[in-house]
Design a protein around this ligand. Structure first.
Ligand code: PRP
Length: 189
């Protein structure tokens, strides 16, 4: 990128998904989601997985005209490198116990190994939600370590170090309005 742009932008080697592409993806995903739940008379709860999904969830939800409730969870997976699918640690949980008659739509910024959403969807189904579906902006299928396919997927991307639109490196770059590839020299220095 050019020298006269902010340092944050200058750390990007390239833009992988532009603001315009993100908007078009959100339009399409919102239409798919509307169509999926249009005949449901159950409560639809969007579960935003902090922190990275925040900008994506905000773009998506304003395109949905179905009645929608909002919840947040913070989860992280561990156990990578083992032969099991690992476990997840929940540091912020749903603020409701009774999930009967509720359709849960879990929103993620990225699916990588798949461990986080594989375990989380299992856990939420075990809590008796009527349905649990997942929506991700980005998918890295080449990185998958468990058998997991998101119900709604923005776009598949190659195995690059991506930042922006919620995605971080060392907690920075989440406020970039696009998804970019981080320059190697930034994380190798
Ligand atoms: C990222 C992402 C997913 C998970 C995907 O979260 O938001 O939750 O990793 O990886 P997986 O498919 O290999 O399980 P991260 O732990 O970086 O937290 P953050 O959103 O707070 O940055």
């Amino acid at each position: 990128m050019e020298n006269n742009v902010p340092a944050l932008y200058n750390d990007c080697a390239s833009i992988l998904v532009s603001q315009q592409e993100i908007a078009a993806i959100c339009d399409r995903l919102a239409a798919e989601i509307q169509d999926t739940y249009k005949d449901s008379n159950r409560r639809l709860v969007m579960v935003v997985i902090l922190k990275g999904s925040m900008p994506f969830a905000a773009e998506l939800m304003k395109r949905l005209t179905l009645p929608l409730e909002l919840e947040f969870m913070k989860v992280s997976s561990y156990g990578a490198g083992t032969k099991t699918s690992g476990e997840i640690k929940i540091s912020l949980d749903l603020k409701r116990d009774d999930l009967q008659d509720i359709d849960l739509l879990v929103v993620e910024d990225i699916v990588d190994s798949g461990r986080t959403l594989f375990r989380l969807t299992q856990l939420l189904k075990n809590r008796n939600a009527h349905s649990v579906r997942t929506c991700t902006l980005l998918d890295k299928p080449s990185r998958r370590e468990v058998d997991f396919i998101p119900d709604f997927c923005g776009t598949a991307i190659p195995d690059e170090f991506v930042i922006g639109f919620g995605l971080d490196y060392d907690e920075k770059y989440r406020n970039l309005p696009f998804v970019g590839v981080l320059k190697r020299e930034v994380y190798e220095k």
